[in-house]
Design a protein around this ligand. Structure first.
Ligand code: MN
Length: 748
């Protein structure tokens, strides 16, 4: 489609706007010239192409460049690379062209921004490979990832035009990787916006609900903050502190997460507030002392919660963040978080790594050392150091390392080392040296002997004990949390795995011969899930390593593998064809939904469904499907499931979004309820009566434990839908002594 005169005006205006932003970064004629040249090329390359929203494509690279300048604080080269970032991927131009027309540096940045192309089979993930490539580029040039984040931010801001599958794929990647990355790079505002936008497109109703409730209570909150601030302002002025104080409400996403994690309504999210005090330090006293002075003044007014004091000044966060955080009891019995920072600390907090970046790169390319930033890069380098790991594992490990907070642990000589919170003695051993890890048998933690699996705490002093006769085992993998330790252990095990596979095959074949069974595909279909193995190799190697045994193999083979409940599922799936980007019209065929019953009479050509074990959705839950590339089956997850998010961020093309429940009143589904309360005689009877008597629902399992006057337990029941489940939970909640009733959500 040719651009209209209106389009041309829009493009020109948008680019002019970018040029205005560039005034603060362009220092020479060459700077202006190269930006204009990049624009001309990008406009030519994307000529006639439109985004899904209908606007000319070139507006996207311009918007990304604008974010880089205005919101991240990047320079000229980044603007040029932003303008060109989709040229190689989407048009005829090659990297060689870019290199010749601009320079090799720009070309290598554009390369880092270009997706990996080619054919990927079910075991590899193009998404994961692309991320790995992007992260590798990060080691040479952090700007690539900052531009990628800007690119993502703009795509998220314009996500409304995308079809549902794409929205789930993109929001998953955003939540799984980009928001944590933005956080790790210290881009807090962008991280927050990415999270909010993800929520907005993933759960539009819940997003709107929180937004409305926040708006409704706006005045009330402003009044509260004023009341809270008043005595602090008075006290700080009296002491001659030069400061600014600002109150803010948590982001919609963080409120939503809290509601999800704690299973509480909006009204019970109590710590909605945070107050920030930024001071201009007086020159003669160290900043640190001044922070503590302000802390003292504040906690003289409001009592603090000792367990919530965070000293990021003595040990700044890995992303360079420095501040003092405390939570105090404000007026009306409300907890308020107070953050205390100097102007310099605030600058780092607001601009994150870009602030480091500016210090690090005085003139766009000339590196200056910055210890905090370099330490962070070193961590990524460690995570990337093993080329044998497949991209999906790598991404999972890397992702996990992004969000964890850190603690400081001391060596026997008193050298402080940062390790992620939750790390064990074994992690620490590997952190010091891979050889020390491989030979570790335990440690002296604060002079006491502890096992390898003991999690370390802030301030521990740790001396690793070794033995020449020990070696890594599969069990170790369950007791380490750092990617580095995992990788070393995996590498060791892999080396020994091939031997195990061969042994496993021999053991298996012998046993099959004894039983007179031919190991057919049908046999493996039963064995693999029963032994929780995802493929034959895993099965053989576990068998060879004696992790699994064939003691019950006959019973397993006798069992009917079909899950009884599955026969009753009825789900609708839209008969939508694969999305076609060139086709701006949404696919009309989506209306032709058909019913799929996962029963015996299933039509071979229709997809069959399986209920995800991680989140166990039941009718009424908002669900999304994931087509298992190995079996073609659609695994049905709750839309809010973390595992689904992980899958969608790596195998986004397998997402099946248009799955709906059909109401099927006669059938029932398994659901698990967790309860807690004060023990009293007869409570069990009351429970059973409510469930089976009044509501005539079938209990499959009732597990109650009681200790010290408290009871807790789980009830597995069959219900027809979410409404029924809620009715049961309400009734149970009203039983005398029951304090908490909660549906079990997915683990981890
Ligand atoms: Mn883009």
């Amino acid at each position: 489609m040719e651009y209209t005169a209106e389009d041309e005006i829009l493009i020109t205006e948008s680019f002019d706007d970018l040029l205005v932003s560039c005034e603060k970064i362009c220092k020479s004629e060459e700077d202006w010239e190269i930006i204009k040249r990049a624009f001309t090329l990008a406009k030519e390359a994307h000529k006639g192409v439109r985004r899904r929203s209908g606007e000319p494509y070139i507006l996207h690279p311009i918007a990304v460049a604008k974010i880089c300048v205005n919101e991240i604080g990047l320079g000229v080269k980044s603007v040029v690379a932003s303008l060109l970032h989709d040229v190689v991927e989407d048009t005829e131009y090659t990297l060689e062209d870019i290199s010749a027309m601009f320079n090799p540096k720009i070309a290598s940045m554009v390369d880092g921004l270009t997706k990996i192309s080619g054919v990927f089979n079910a075991e590899t993930s193009q998404q994961a490979e692309t991320f790995r490539k992007m992260l590798l580029t990060l080691l040479d040039d952090v700007r690539v990832i900052l531009i990628k984040i800007a690119d993502r931010l703009h795509n998220m801001r314009t996500l409304g035009a995308m079809p549902r599958e794409k929205q789930i794929k993109i929001t998953s990647e955003t939540i799984y990787l980009f928001a944590p990355l933005a956080y790790r790079l210290g881009l807090y505002a962008i991280k927050s916006e990415l999270e909010d936008l993800s929520l907005k497109y993933r759960f539009p109703e819940q997003y709107r609900e929180i937004e409305q409730k926040l708006n409704k209570t706006q005045e009330q909150r402003t009044a509260f903050i004023e009341k809270f601030d008043a005595p602090i302002i008075r006290k700080l002025r009296e002491s001659g502190v030069d400061f600014e104080i600002s109150g803010r409400v948590k982001s919609i996403y963080s409120i939503w997460s809290k509601m999800q994690n704690k299973q509480i309504p909006f009204e019970e999210v109590y710590d909605l507030f945070a107050v920030r005090i930024v001071f201009n330090p007086s020159p003669l006293i160290p900043e640190k002392s001044q922070c503590w002075h302000i802390y003292e003044l504040v906690t003289d007014i409001y009592p603090s919660r000792p367990d919530r004091l965070r000293d990021w000044i003595t040990y700044p966060k890995a992303n360079g963040y420095e501040a003092l955080h405390t939570t105090v009891m404000g007026p009306d019995g409300v907890w308020v978080e107070v953050q205390i920072r100097s102007r310099r600390m605030d600058d780092i907090a607001e601009h994150g790594v870009a602030a480091h970046w500016k210090h690090k790169y005085v003139s766009d390319d000339e590196a200056v050392s910055d210890p905090a930033f370099d330490a962070w890069l070193q961590q990524i380098r460690d995570a990337l150091s093993s080329p044998t790991e497949n991209a999906v594992d790598f991404l999972d490990n890397f992702q996990r390392s992004l969000y964890t907070s850190e603690i400081v642990v001391f060596t026997p000589k008193g050298e402080p080392r940062r390790i992620p919170k939750g790390a064990t003695v074994l992690d620490f051993a590997y952190d010091i040296h891979s050889k020390l890890g491989a030979k570790a048998i335990g440690a002296k933690v604060n002079h006491r002997i502890e096992s390898l699996y003991t999690p370390l705490s802030n301030g521990d002093q740790v001396e690793i004990l070794t033995s020449a006769n020990t070696h890594p085992t599969t069990e170790w993998l369950e007791h380490v949390t750092t990617p580095k330790a995992k990788q070393y252990i995996k590498n060791y095990l892999k080396k020994h795995r091939q031997n195990n596979i061969e042994r496993g095959i021999a053991i298996f074949e012998q046993r099959m011969q004894e039983l007179g069974i031919t190991p057919s595909a049908r046999v493996f279909r039963k064995l693999l899930p029963a032994y929780e193995c995802s493929n034959k190799d895993e099965f053989y190697s576990k068998l060879g390593a004696e992790i699994i045994r064939l003691d019950h193999i006959q019973e397993i083979l006798r069992q009917n593998s079909a899950n009884k409940i599955l026969k009753f599922w009825t789900l609708f799936v839209g008969n939508k064809e694969k999305e076609n980007i060139d086709d701006p019209e949404p696919d009309k065929k989506g209306d032709k939904s058909y019913v799929v019953g996962a029963g015996d009479d299933i039509d071979e050509n229709r997809p069959s469904f399986e209920i995800a074990k991680c989140c166990i959705p039941i009718p009424g839950d908002d669900v999304t499907g994931y087509r298992d590339p190995a079996t073609g089956k659609i695994i049905v997850h709750k839309t809010s499931c973390n595992e689904l998010t992980r899958l969608a961020s790596q195998y986004g093309s397998n997402i099946v979004s248009d799955i709906k429940w059909s109401s099927h009143k006669a059938m029932s589904y398994l659901s698990i309820i967790e309860l807690q309360g004060i023990d009293r005689i007869g409570i069990l009877l009351d429970l059973a009566q409510v469930i089976t008597g009044e509501l005539s629902i079938n209990i499959r399992e009732l597990k109650i434990q009681s200790h010290d006057g408290i009871f807790e337990g789980t009830i597995s029941i069959y219900v027809t839908n979410v409404q029924d489940l809620n009715t049961v939970m309400n009734k149970i909640g009203k039983i005398r002594g029951v304090e908490k009733v909660k549906r079990i959500q997915q683990e981890g």
